[in-house]
Design a protein around this ligand. Structure first.
Ligand code: FAD
Length: 384
């Protein structure tokens, strides 16, 4: 069953799917992909709710990228349709655009604004902190205390179970503040969704005569039985690979509750954030962006928790230091046994899907150079 394998891949998520596809098509290698879950697509998995509405199983996945070549490559396996990712925050009983824009500031402060007067207003509210050392200081120095307390403080506490003071600046720093009317969640050039969903996209990448996929199969249970001819790509948790030798890396998890509704749409946009009310952080009606036509809908309520599936690496100094110790072991394993650690769990880093696919491509390139020599063509083009 595990013989004649050129490349062994742990994980049938975005990383595993891309590396397997490239190795099979571009290098003609025989690839074995294992996943301990019962489905493909990793955390990008989607499927029908009870009423047939397509939902995202592990939180909403808004695909976006600035990389034309990546989108062109993915378009070989799925048709992509434009999507409007619009998020609002429930603040003081009103649904206000988020990330914060001119409209948000106008309605929050109850004044008419343009870019210039909004800048003057924010300047008068900002807390002067020259070098913000954490998320709280970062937001205070950017928008002042009122906005911080209304939009960020409790949302961040719920999301991470930690005070923004205890989190890196990057956690809240990632979200822009716009002094214009742009109400899109992100700024990327391409904001698109695979028309038939992510599971279909990754299934199509893995559908190749030289790729075999084994689901419900834990890498840890079979790793000693398989000797791949060239390399292994491991996209599982790095601490798990090394038997938690230095302890467990901390993750924040999520609980998802799906509700089907007998109406075409239940909320005005794809995502509503609840910074101050409710136990859950957000409600997501993914139908707004999948393009699916259906008389009914489904809404997912997301509540952060510390137990359960590992979703978000905790961005704190202590966890970065622990990861660094595992990374040292991983580097030695790569050099000695050609095991490559790639992906959000293997690199203990939050990546968006486009970013992780580019990481996977870089990983494939490294393997290709080591075992197949340099070729002139780009790794995203030629089939074998
Ligand atoms: C709540 C949430 C929302 C997100 N929203 C977005 C978004 O809006 N837009 C966006 O671009 N990205 C989003 N992402 C990020 C996206 O999910 C990741 O970038 C992507 O899934 C990472 O791909 P991966 O292959 O590294 O890992 P995964 O998708 O996690 O795949 C890894 C796979 O490896 C398997 N595995 C692990 N260990 C083992 C083992 N020992 N044996 C066998 N199999 C194993 C797992 O079962 C899993 O299927 C979101 C992530 C989360 C958690």
């Amino acid at each position: 069953m595990f013989e004649n394998v050129d490349l062994l891949v742990c994980g049938a998520g975005p990383v595993g799917s891309l590396v397997a596809e490239r190795a099979a098509s571009h290098l003609g290698w025989r690839v074995l992909v294992l996943d301990r879950r019962s489905h493909l697509a990793g955390n990008c998995h989607d499927g029908p709710a009870k009423n047939g509405v397509l939902v995202h199983s592990y939180g909403p996945h808004y695909f976006r990228t600035n990389d034309d070549a990546l989108l062109k490559y993915l378009s070989r396996f799925a048709e992509f349709v434009p999507a409007n990712y619009e998020v609002r925050s429930l603040v003081r009983g009103e649904l206000l655009p988020f990330p914060i824009n001119l409209t948000t500031l106008e309605r929050f402060f109850g004044v008419e604004l343009n870019a210039e007067s909004a800048e003057t207003l924010l300047a008068s509210r900002r807390v002067p902190i020259a070098r913000p050392a954490n998320s709280e200081e970062f937001v205070l120095s950017r928008v002042g205390r009122e906005v911080y307390e209304a939009f960020y403080l409790n949302y961040t506490r719920k999301q991470w179970g930690l005070h923004p003071r205890e989190l890196d600046t990057s956690v809240c720093g990632r979200v822009p503040v716009r002094l214009c009317r742009d109400a899109r969640y992100v700024d990327h050039k391409h904001q698109v969704m695979p028309r038939r969903g992510f599971t279909s996209l990754f299934a199509s990448m893995l559908k190749h005569p030289r790729i075999r996929v084994e689901l419900n199969c834990d890498f840890g249970e079979v790793r000693d039985l398989i000797r791949p001819r060239f390399a292994t790509v491991y996209s599982g948790p790095i601490d798990d690979y090394f038997g938690y030798r230095f302890g467990k890396l901390p993750y924040r998890s999520l609980k998802f509750e799906f509700e089907t509704r007998r109406e075409a749409f239940a909320q005005p946009c794809v995502q509503i954030n609840y910074p101050n009310e409710r136990e859950y952080t957000r409600s997501v009606e993914i139908k707004h962006v999948t393009g699916q036509r259906h008389p009914e809908t489904a809404v997912c309520y997301e509540t952060p928790t510390n137990s359960g599936e590992p979703f978000y690496p905790v961005p704190r100094h202590e966890s970065a230091a622990l990861y660094a110790r595992y990374k040292e072991l991983a580097d030695a394993e790569t050099a000695r046994r050609a095991v490559y650690f790639c992906g959000r769990l293997a690199q203990y880093r939050y990546f968006n899907t486009d970013e992780v696919l580019l990481e996977a491509l870089a990983c494939f390139e490294t393997i290709r150079r080591r075992f197949a020599g340099a070729r002139a063509s780009s790794p995203l083009t030629a089939a074998a």
